[in-house]
Design a protein around this ligand. Structure first.
Ligand code: NDP
Length: 279
């Protein structure tokens, strides 16, 4: 029978463990504070930001909210981040992406101090990840590793194919699966004979950004399928990069959308915030 990998339950477990850890850290006099910056009023970003603030409140992390006007200049945003970098109170800085078009996202990511980079997007964090050094892990890929481990799915020695090579999902995912001793292939839009490549996977991670693209023909019988995609279908229902209906009949385990990878991203962001106080 196909196992449904439940991100809601697993993310709750992680948040409860973190809540306990934060309580113990407070007893040692260590408080954690996350600064959350949103530029403009994009509705989807507001939902994400609110969910992050709610998770902070649940765990016992203080969150400072900076809601900036859409027309905020790049210099103003850089100035705010530099001030937060210097602040002794603030442990973590999160700038909700995407930013308005007139702001250079790469510059903003590089302005955040690597010591406060709880999203794990700074080149220093990315370098540490590939070198296997301690540092902040990119939240969605780190959440996927937790989903697999906590569902009792072995990673070591497995053929893992990652569909997508973005900086926020595909590439850090590959680094983490390599760290877990999987044999890793990254596939993308120029990959030839894509279905032959994805059918090799014991663990297939779809981060392709194409609604229901991964059909049963892309997967091997008995594989584990992780669906990172988030889309709205024609009936306005949430769905992923994987055709859940067709694929779930063929595989041994699969994440649903919603309720799979999504909730894990925030849980791992919370873990990165706690990480700032661990050392
Ligand atoms: P990007 O659009 O940045 O990257 C998509 C990748 O897929 C690219 O590497 C691209 O290849 C590849 N690709 C696109 N079309 C094809 C195709 N037809 N065949 C093969 N490869 C293809 O997306 P993200 O990585 O940012 O996000 C992926 C999905 O995950 C999105 O649906 C996004 O909404 C979702 N997401 C979910 C999160 C969560 O918390 N659950 C967090 C982040 C993202 P190439 O490089 O060659 O162009």
């Amino acid at each position: 029978m196909t196992k449904l990998i439940d991100g809601k339950i697993i993310s709750k477990q992680i948040k409860d463990e973190l809540k306990e850890e934060v309580r113990a850290l407070k007893e040692q006099g260590k408080e954690i504070c996350l600064a959350v910056i949103q530029v403009g009023g994009d509705a989807a970003s507001s939902v994400y930001v609110n969910n992050k603030k709610k998770a902070c409140a649940y765990i016992g992390i203080e969150s400072l909210s900076y809601e900036l006007e859409e027309n905020t200049s790049e210099e103003e945003l850089v100035g705010l981040i530099e001030e937060l970098n210097r602040s002794e109170k603030v442990n973590g800085i999160l700038v909700q992406l995407p930013l308005p078009k007139h702001i250079d996202e790469d510059r903003i990511i590089r302005t955040i101090s690597p010591d406060k980079d709880v999203d794990g997007f700074h080149p220093v964090s990315v370098g540490r990840l590939w070198l296997g050094e301690p540092g902040f892990l990119s939240c969605t890929p780190a959440g996927i590793v937790q989903l697999l481990k906590r569902s009792g799915i072995e990673i070591e020695g497995k053929e893992c194919v990652i569909l997508g090579r973005s900086n926020i999902v595909g590439k850090p995912m590959a680094a983490l699966m390599l760290r877990e001793n999987a044999t890793v292939t990254i596939a993308h839009s120029r990959t030839k004979n894509l279905k032959d490549v994805t059918r090799r996977a014991d663990i297939l991670i779809a981060a392709v950004g194409q609604q229901k693209m991964v059909t049963a023909e892309y997967v091997k019988e008995g594989a584990v399928v992780i669906d990172v995609g988030i889309h709205r279908d024609t009936q306005n229902k949430l769905c992923g990069d994987v055709d859940f209906q067709g694929v779930s009949e063929k595989v041994s385990a699969i994440t649903p959308v919603p309720g799979g990878v999504g909730p894990m991203t925030i849980a791992m962001l919370m873990n990165n915030c706690v990480e700032t106080a661990r050392n």
